[in-house]
Design a protein around this ligand. Structure first.
Ligand code: PGA
Length: 257
């Protein structure tokens, strides 16, 4: 983390778990475990239908609500889709795009991820843009090349003022939901590489200001060490964000130095 230059973000990704009716008790337990002084921005990304309940329940302890996906289209005949303006209208502040599960199960490619990020920015929602390599790519030493490509594609056509409202999440696919976390060194190396790619496009200042999160089996035990890395500005947390005590512990781990 480097709180002098950029914000620290701890974002949960509930995926297709929990019910809207479980949000209130979750928040009560979270609140009871949160530190008084906040050293990070807290976000919980939930299925679109649960965003209004999260907005309501999150107000009290300043947890922002986020979506997990968005349509790249503005409006119209796209049955089943949720638009950026619909998310904004119910109070979403953030939205994940390009999660590897969307890329894998819904065939989302880099162009679509870029279109979704731009659709969100147009409506004032901050995209959390996910990138990350497969195990095969890592073992073939293609990690940085692949991740750099994903970052460039996702940010295509996004200018420096819009970049300030983007968050990047580095999520190695082999670490998601597997209990296999990247080591702090591995995660730092790629996050530093991502910042260098952004520096190459936008210059030093915007690159210094962008928050880059790590995601992939981050939990209450390993969060402190990961967050101690200079280029890891927070976490995108799946499994551990479903447990209020663990999520609060990760939030507390941002209070370093
Ligand atoms: P995980 O999920 O923390 O359960 O590995 C992270 C994510 O998919 O965003």
């Amino acid at each position: 983390m480097n709180r002098k230059y950029r914000k620290t973000v701890i974002a949960g990704n509930w995926k297709m778990n929990m019910l809207a009716s479980e949000i209130k008790p979750f928040m009560e337990e979270l609140k009871a475990n949160l530190p008084k002084a906040r050293t990070c921005e807290m976000v919980l990304c939930v299925p679109g239908v649960m965003v209004p309940a999260m907005v309501k329940a999150g107000k009290d302890c300043k947890v922002a609500a986020g979506g997990e996906d968005v349509s790249c289209f503005e409006k119209g005949a796209y049955t089943g889709e949720v638009s950026a303006s619909q998310l904004a209208d119910v109070g979403a502040k953030y939205c994940i795009v390009g999660h590897s599960e969307r890329r894998q199960y819904h065939g989302e490619d880099d162009m679509l991820v870029n279109a979704k990020a731009r659709a969100l920015l147009d409506k004032g929602i901050m995209p959390i843009i996910c990138v990350g390599e497969s195990l095969e790519q890592r073992e073939s030493n293609l990690t940085m090349e692949y991740v750099a490509y994903q970052v460039k594609a996702a940010l295509s056509g996004i200018d420096a003022s819009q970049l300030r409202r983007c968050v990047i999440a580095y999520e190695p696919i082999w670490a998601i939901g597997t209990g296999k976390t990247a080591t702090a060194e591995q995660a730092q190396e790629v996050c530093e590489g991502i910042r260098a790619v952004i520096r190459g496009i936008y210059g030093a200042r915007p690159a210094r200001a962008v928050s880059i999160l790590y995601g992939g089996s981050m939990n209450a035990k390993n969060a402190y060490e990961l967050l101690a890395q200079p280029d890891i500005d927070g976490g995108l947390i799946g499994g551990a964000s479903l447990k209020p005590v663990d999520f609060a512990t990760i939030i507390k781990a941002t209070d370093q130095g």
